[in-house]
Design a binder for this molecule. Structure first.
Ligand code: TXA
Ligand code: MG
Length: 361
């Protein structure tokens, strides 16, 4: 197949002083595409009120057009003209968690193009907790539609380098503000009366939302794979690495020995295969000590202490990308208990490992 012709040079902005922010704001306003940093993952930004810019976003990502975009704003006040109404519950939740990794679905105002909402009467809104991002949003002066800045079907990028790998030649600019601190996409919620439904789990957890509503539930599709998800994007096959991947859950102290055994039996079948591991430091150390002669066949990505969910979430996508780069054919990843942030981590791991989850007890 002929490689697609690259049409533009993608400029990387790193200084991000007032002048650069102004320039990036102008590019966005004028319907160009700019990758923007946020606290969750990098976004592929474009003028959210311009059908031309939105069309460019779908084209650059290769994204199905029925999958709606999130509009990003610098302040809560900026959503007034984008929505029909704000329920008291939605208002309370925004006050509590904005700026932050929470996207809220509200009835859209007329000026929000259907192209941004995938034809829906609702619009997804988010105010990121990232100073540079909010400065860029202010400079743009228009709401910025921004899906994650990856080619559809790849993991969301958590660094400017990863954005560049997917988007070079497809977008005008990248604002490089270093790695994202959260590393998993925002929690997406819907509010009705006194009930919050979580359509996509993230850093803002069910537990954190509970004080605000009588009921906080997960969209059925998150719990049973047969149900149709309320967030159209959740129905698409998500990133799975090239290698066969298995997620392990259960007793942490038994993970190391289990992994050692699994590696040995894999190498019995495929002597030369490379194995990728996404594990705690402690498990990583055990593996290195067990196979001192095989370090070149092990791609170890350890994330810190087993209970450090924050880092486990933050480094997950980067680890998955590096496994493909190293051409590993088998991946073992430590999972998490499904509570707090662990729910979001397991949601991504479950998809990455094509639902291959092994319970160790
Ligand atoms: O953290 C994030 O949310 C990142 C950063 C860049 O802000 N953005 C992001 O966007 O993850 P994206 O487009 O990759 O995911 C948006 C999700 C999709 O699952 C989409 O279907 C859902 O939000 N969504 C958007 N608008 C919706 C709507 N009106 N109703 C239901 N779901 C909606
Ligand atoms: Mg995405």
């Amino acid at each position: 197949m002929k490689e697609k012709k690259k049409t533009m040079e993608t400029k990387i902005y790193k200084t991000l002083d007032e002048q650069e922010i102004e320039a990036l704001g102008r590019l966005l306003r004028e319907e160009h595409l700019v990758a923007i940093p946020t606290e969750t993952v990098y976004g592929l930004g474009g003028n959210g009120l311009s059908e031309r810019a939105i069309q460019k976003i779908f084209a650059a990502k290769g994204r199905p057009s029925d999958n709606p975009l999130i509009l990003h704003v610098p302040h809560k006040e900026s959503i007034q003209s984008l929505v029909k109404e704000i329920s008291p519950l939605a208002d309370k939740v925004m006050d509590a968690f904005w700026p932050g990794p929470l996207t809220i679905i509200l009835p859209k105002a007329e000026q929000v193009p259907y192209m941004a909402t995938g034809g829906l009467e609702t619009v997804a809104l988010r105010c990121p907790d990232h100073t540079i991002c909010r400065h860029i949003l202010e400079a743009a002066g228009v709401p910025i539609a921004a899906p994650s800045a990856n080619i559809s079907g790849r993991p969301s990028p958590t660094s400017a380098q990863r954005v560049y790998e997917d988007m070079a030649g497809r977008i005008e600019a990248i604002a490089d503000a270093g790695p994202c601190t959260i590393g998993l996409e925002s929690t997406v919620i819907e509010c009705e009366h006194n009930k919050i439904t979580i359509l996509r789990p993230g850093k803002i957890t069910r537990e954190m939302l509970l004080p605000f509503a009588e009921e906080v539930v997960f969209d059925k599709a998150l719990l049973a794979s047969e149900a149709v998800p309320k967030a159209p994007g959740m129905k698409y096959k998500h990133y799975a690495p090239q290698g066969e991947m298995v997620t392990l859950v259960g007793e942490v102290s038994k993970m190391g020995p289990y992994i050692v055994k699994a590696m040995k039996s894999y190498w019995k079948k495929f002597e030369k295969a490379k194995i990728g591991l996404y594990v705690s430091d402690e498990v990583g150390e055990l593996i290195c000590n067990t196979f001192p002669q095989r370090t070149e066949a092990i791609v170890l990505r350890s994330f810190g202490k087993a209970e450090d969910k924050e880092r486990q979430g933050q480094q997950l996508y980067e680890a998955l990308l590096s496994f493909d780069e190293a051409k590993v054919s088998y991946i073992l990843a430590m999972g998490s208990k499904e509570e707090g942030l662990g729910f979001a981590i397991m949601n991504r791991l479950d998809k990455a490992s094509s639902h291959k989850i092994v319970e160790i007890d």
